[in-house]
Design a protein around this ligand. Structure first.
Ligand code: NAP
Length: 228
């Protein structure tokens, strides 16, 4: 399978590169010119297309003939970076390609997620602060995912819990809505978030789903996933 990883030089991105190479996939990686060096350990095994992830020409070139596109959605700046990235992928990826996007639990597809007061407070404060200092705009990620949800392409939006580093524990478990008991532990290893994204490429059950994930070895996952 030929896959494009957009935002490949970040922490999640590099884990996805490794998982994809472990599966012998052909990898095309998009990252900012200044970050190309972060992929030097892989440079003889992947093709790197340097550029901003919302540069439509860069994305058009990178996703050509790919069967899968893994996109790290990040709402940097206040000029629609996330939305521009998502729209370019939706516009240029081949019609049948599996498109997997990352985001956090704060994204809601159908408004049926149940958030704690603390979570809502943190998102509101971070949202306000990010816009105030003009470093990031959470609403941009919301707009990006709304466009994905409205698309007829074969997308999956993977909603990550809080993240931690560490060795892989295996494929995270998922649920349709934040607030479901299985997600209570709210922690996933970043390497396993990446694993879930890469595995989603070949899991048709996840087409047009927005799974909220949690580590498979967490207390809530063990308590509520027995027998499933
Ligand atoms: N961190 C969390 O706790 C958490 C929790 C849940 C979900 N998530 C989701 O996980 C994904 C990324 O997580 P991560 O922890 O792996 O992030 P990360 O390592 O910070 O990577 C984020 C990406 O953003 C790029 N980036 C950084 N600064 C930028 C800028 N000023 N302009 C444009 N691009 C910039 C990075 O590229 P460079 O290599 O070029 O810098 C990289 O591709 C996101 O979709 C996020 O919503 C994160």
């Amino acid at each position: 399978m030929k896959v494009c990883i957009i935002g490949a030089s970040g922490k999640l991105g590099r884990y996805m590169v490794q998982h994809a190479l472990d599966r012998d996939y052909e990898v095309v990686a998009v990252c900012r010119q200044k970050s190309v060096d972060k992929l030097k350990n892989y440079s003889n095994r992947i093709r790197i297309v340097p550029g901003a992830t919302n540069d439509r020409k860069v994305i058009e070139e990178a996703v050509r003939e790919c069967q899968g596109v893994l996109t790290v959605l990040v709402p940097w700046g206040v000029k629609g970076y996330s939305t521009g990235t998502a729209q370019a992928v939706l516009d240029y990826a081949p019609q049948d390609a599996r498109l997997i996007f990352s985001c956090g639990w704060h994204i809601s597809r159908d408004g049926k997620d149940k958030y704690s007061g603390k979570f809502k407070f943190m998102v509101n404060v971070a949202g306000w602060l990010g816009r105030f200092i003009r470093v990031f705009d959470i609403n941009d990620q919301v707009e990006a995912t709304n466009r994905i949800f409205a698309s007829d392409k074969k997308w999956t939006v993977v909603r990550g819990s809080d993240l931690e580093e560490g060795d892989s524990q295996g494929l995270p478990v998922w649920s349709k809505h934040v607030g479901d008991p299985i997600l209570e532990s709210n922690i996933t290893r970043r390497i396993d978030f990446a694993l879930f994204m890469v595995e989603a490429l070949v899991n048709d059950d996840l087409i047009r789903e927005a799974p909220a994930i949690v580590g498979c070895k967490t207390e809530s996952a063990i308590k509520y996933s027995s027998g499933t």
